[in-house]
Design a protein around this ligand. Structure first.
Ligand SMILES: [Zn+2]
Length: 694
């Protein structure tokens, strides 16, 4: 293909993909199937690889993010990014509207929009292209998070028209996504807002791309290409340009008709609510009551003057626009004082600051400790010891500091200590977190031992924190393997260790040797190698530590990333962990102690002949006998084969059903054997699984 042809093709594919993304993510009405989309995407990505200089910064492939680190520089806002005046009763909102109407000659209308509880964002578009995404910051300056913002699929990288506009919006995470992501986090976030804000501040945009953030745009400041007269027009324009705008909007005026001007809007927006000021009172009250049923969190409503010329006349106070007001719903909160900030050292060395607060009752429970996550989080709150703070417990999750109500006398912000409180090592910063780099740090050693024996890992009964502390202090136990080499009889000399207790500990140690390989694997406590990843590895056919160690030595990241659910970062981190000499030593010592480092295939245990051993299978298309097609993959696994999600150089077989697409070509290219359903059934018939006794 010539360069010119490539340029034309890249343009065509980009436009197609962009249109589809808009249909899919914004309109929720896709016209392409996922498979068609993926095929177009792959074509574009491969053209861009061949002609890298033709890749545009707003290419749909830019969505996947990069691992480049950014320092989140500060930039000045070019539009007013003020906060809103607040009211806590809906009567105040209507009184505010009546007052503005009263002081105005012409009729004024008011929009009421949901105040999404997310992270406020300003998107700067120049001639239709997204040039900058900036957090609200202090209103004058915010953090440049452009790379992160580009991973949010509902934010167009290019608008439908070449207008220049600064768009304000709220970036947020839907409640169900929050629940899903938060449940797998080592330190769960208190609420979707904190997770959204925290994600936007991540240094690696690929981490951001993994979180399905979305946006509602709610304000546009046009500097070229459009001249709207009302807020309602602004919203329509934003929508036409490709931005996501909420459809839950109310429009009210004194007589509810605005001199007949509303009838066309009523037709265009049947989903909106229209009416007079009495209807506005009802609307505010109803919205407040029904907010729990929304798929996202809102913390209030915002009423705004609709007519932009009227807004100009009203202007601004020093802090707020006079043409808008927020109606805040109160969250269950308590006010207390930060009495101290403790620094905890986790088993990975991660330092977590925890605020000790004067105990306060919130939503039926008493809060006395509140995690502060990391220094960034504390900076965001501008928090210090002695500050008065609002703490909350939203839903049934862990308590959080919502905001500082009054600073302490010194008006300072708490700083992370330079040294580890447990071992005095100088702390290092990785991403948003501080770490103690000393793997022999007593706090980390203790954390690792407790993790290893804990529930969900080796689950060794009768080895609680007190016993671990004794073993560390008196007997210098350091590593999990030491637990298996120790002569527990020696404990009889110590107070509190009777014969019965010692025999129970011994029994627990013995019993742990029967834990399956997958449990042993995740008990090693390696980064990214938790329960889920351990299961994925073993179920994908990596049923012995030696296979994994060989992968680590070879650095075969791709062998792991083809497993559905394992991303590149996870694969790299896991293999790095398995290459560490201290980890190798632990593994060998634990193996010598009799722990399981091999797991039989499920089918092997049932007696199925391992005819697919050493083979790597991928599947494409649909089947007559295997619906869903995972059933076919189960048969492969039972007979000793590995199963992967995409074809790579390591793939030996492709099971191809009806309508297999690009995988077929790829399989041919890498020389994998292509197996039809019929042929596959014959293979299975040659190695039947014996009927179970039951
Ligand atoms: Zn330390």
């Amino acid at each position: 293909m010539t360069r010119k042809e490539a340029a034309r093709e890249i343009k065509r594919l980009s436009e197609l993909l962009r249109r589809h993304e808009h249909e899919y993510y914004v309109l929720a009405a896709p016209t392409l199937s996922d498979r068609e989309y993926d095929a177009l995407y792959d074509q574009l990505a491969s053209l861009e690889r061949d002609f890298p200089d033709l890749r545009t910064p707003d290419s749909p492939t830019a969505r996947v993010g990069s691992d480049l680190s950014s320092e989140l520089p500060e930039v000045e806002h070019t539009i007013p990014v003020l906060s809103l005046d607040k009211a806590y009763a809906h009567e105040e909102i209507v009184a505010w509207a009546r007052k503005i109407q009263g002081s105005s000659g012409a009729e004024v209308s008011f929009t009421v929009e949901e105040k999404i509880d997310g992270s406020s964002m300003v998107l700067y578009y120049e001639k239709g292209v997204l040039v900058r995404g900036v957090t609200r910051g202090n209103g004058l300056k915010g953090n440049d998070v452009t790379a992160n913002v580009k991973t949010i699929r509902t934010i167009p990288l290019r608008l439908a028209r070449a207008v220049s506009v600064a768009v304000r919006g709220e970036v947020f995470l839907p409640i169900d996504e929050f629940a899903r992501i938060n449940s797998s986090m080592e330190i769960p976030y208190a609420n979707p807002r904190n997770l959204a804000a925290g994600t936007l501040r991540r240094v690696r945009s690929s981490d951001v791309a993994a979180v399905p953030l979305t946006i509602f745009a709610y304000e546009g400041f046009f500097t070229g290409g459009a001249d709207p007269k009302s807020h309602v027009e602004v919203l329509s324009l934003l929508e036409e340009l490709g931005l996501r705008v909420s459809t839950r909007i109310g429009l009210f005026s004194a007589d509810g008709e605005l001199g007949g001007k509303l009838s066309s809007l009523r037709e265009r927006h049947p989903e909106w609510t229209f009416g007079d000021f009495d209807a506005m009172v009802r609307y505010l009250g109803a919205q407040r009551e029904t907010r729990r049923a929304l798929p996202y969190e809102i913390d209030g409503l915002v009423a705004k003057v609709n007519e932009l010329d009227r807004r100009e006349l009203l202007g601004y106070t020093g802090h707020h626009p006079r043409w808008a007001i927020a109606y805040k719903f109160e969250a269950p909160e308590g006010v207390t004082v930060v009495q101290g900030i403790d620094v905890q050292v986790g088993r990975t060395g991660r330092i977590t600051p925890v605020a000790r607060v004067r105990p306060v009752a919130v939503g039926g429970t008493t809060i006395s400790n509140v995690t502060l996550h990391n220094q960034d989080y504390i900076n965001m709150l501008d928090l210090a010891i002695g500050d008065s703070v609002a703490v909350s417990r939203r839903g049934d999750v862990i308590p959080a500091v919502e905001r500082v109500i009054e600073k302490n006398d010194t008006n300072s912000t708490w700083r992370m200590p330079d040294r580890c409180p447990a071992c005095e090592s100088g702390l290092v910063v990785v991403g948003a977190h501080h770490f103690c780099p000393n793997r022999d740090c007593p706090a980390q050693v203790r954390g690792r031992l407790l993790f290893f024996v804990g529930r969900g890992q080796m689950d060794i009964e009768n080895l609680g924190p007190e016993t671990i502390d004794v073993l560390m202090e008196r007997e210098s136990l350091r590593a999990p393997a030491d637990l298996y080499a120790f002569d527990y009889g020696k404990l009889a000399e110590l107070p509190g260790f009777g014969e019965k207790k010692i025999s129970l500990i011994r029994a627990g140690i013995e019993k742990s040797k029967a834990q399956p390989f997958r449990v042993v694997l995740q008990s090693l406590g390696l980064a990214e190698l938790g329960q889920k990843v351990a299961e994925l590895l073993v179920d994908s056919g990596y049923r012995s530590i030696d296979e994994l160690l060989a992968l680590a030595d070879a650095g075969s990241v791709e062998a792991l990333t083809v497993i559905p659910g394992i991303g590149e970062k996870t694969a790299q981190t896991v293999l790095e962990g398995l290459r560490r000499p201290d980890v190798r030593e632990q593994i060998e010592r634990l193996r010598a102690a009799g722990l399981s480092f091999v797991e039989e295939a499920r089918g092997e245990a049932a007696g199925a002949e391992q005819i697919f051993k050493g083979q790597t299978w991928c599947v494409t298309g649909s089947f007559e006998r295997f619906t869903p097609r995972e059933l076919a993959m189960e048969e492969v696994k039972r007979r000793g084969g590995k199963v992967v999600a995409s074809v790579s150089g390591k793939t030996t077989h492709l099971l191809a059903g009806e309508g297999g697409g690009s995988k077929l070509e790829k399989a041919r290219a890498v020389g994998a054997r292509i197996v039809s359903e019929e042929e596959f059934l014959l293979m299975l018939a040659r190695a039947p699984e014996p009927k179970r006794e039951d």
